[in-house]
Design a protein around this ligand. Sequence first.
Ligand code: AP5
Ligand code: ZN
Ligand code: ZN
Length: 214
Amino acid sequence: MILTIAGPPGSGKGTQSPIIKDEYCLCHLATGDMLRAAVAAKTPLGVKAKEAMDKGELVSDDLVVGIIDEAMKKPSCQKGFILDGFPRTVVQAQKLDEMLEKQGAKVDKVLNFAINDAILEERITGRWIHPSSGRTYHTKYAPPKVPGIDDVTGEPLIQRKDDTAAVLKSRLESFHRQTEPVIDYYSKKGMVADLHAEKPPKEVTAEVQTVLSS
Ligand code: AP5
Ligand code: ZN
Ligand code: ZN
């Protein structure tokens, strides 16, 4: 099964993906996570991506398509995968279709995490992350047992550099201008399931399960 999740920053893509992944034995391929790892490791890819990411702009299609192409080929991903935050432009969607077609595969479902922009600033500015595992917390909606500390390892939590109200504005602008057309692209093919991403996490999970079992 090949799924993609489309939704604005803070809509819950990274929160729901690990749950879906475990339930359906899929790989979780998140371009944002891969790019942040490349930036942290100062690889040539990371050096090229950093400036756009810090400003809340999209990284070039070529770079992102390259990392996804590489990741999809991993033997551990042969059962299928969830693409979290990819494709984010119509060009990326077309490239993805081409790459999959070569392998006789296609995207099965596009989960559209629909949510009002007004809710997102609180979600983004309250988010805390355990960098090595990717576990995500929220000061109000998913607080750790001890503030600033990961429940499992006891290690410190961090905030993402782009999780400020100012950078969020530019990330949202990119979403509406460049990524909403991707949802239209897949809608025309009848592949999109609209979800209510403003609901509490468990209710969103239940909606995803309903879509995937129908
Ligand atoms: P990326 O990492 O993909 O960031 P994003 O799309 O802005 O999305 P987020 O990770 O911020 O949000 P999320 O939906 O995962 O929310 P989460 O579940 O964590 O991309 C970062 C950057 O990389 C981009 O700006 C771009 O520069 C570059 N990039 C990435 N992919 C690219 C591509 N394909 N092409 C070009 N450039 C690319 O939840 C957020 C918070 O809310 C958490 O604290 C969580 O606990 C809480 N929460 C989650 N669900 C709920 C709920 N239902 N109710 C209450 N709280 C909730
Ligand atoms: Zn995410
Ligand atoms: Zn819009």
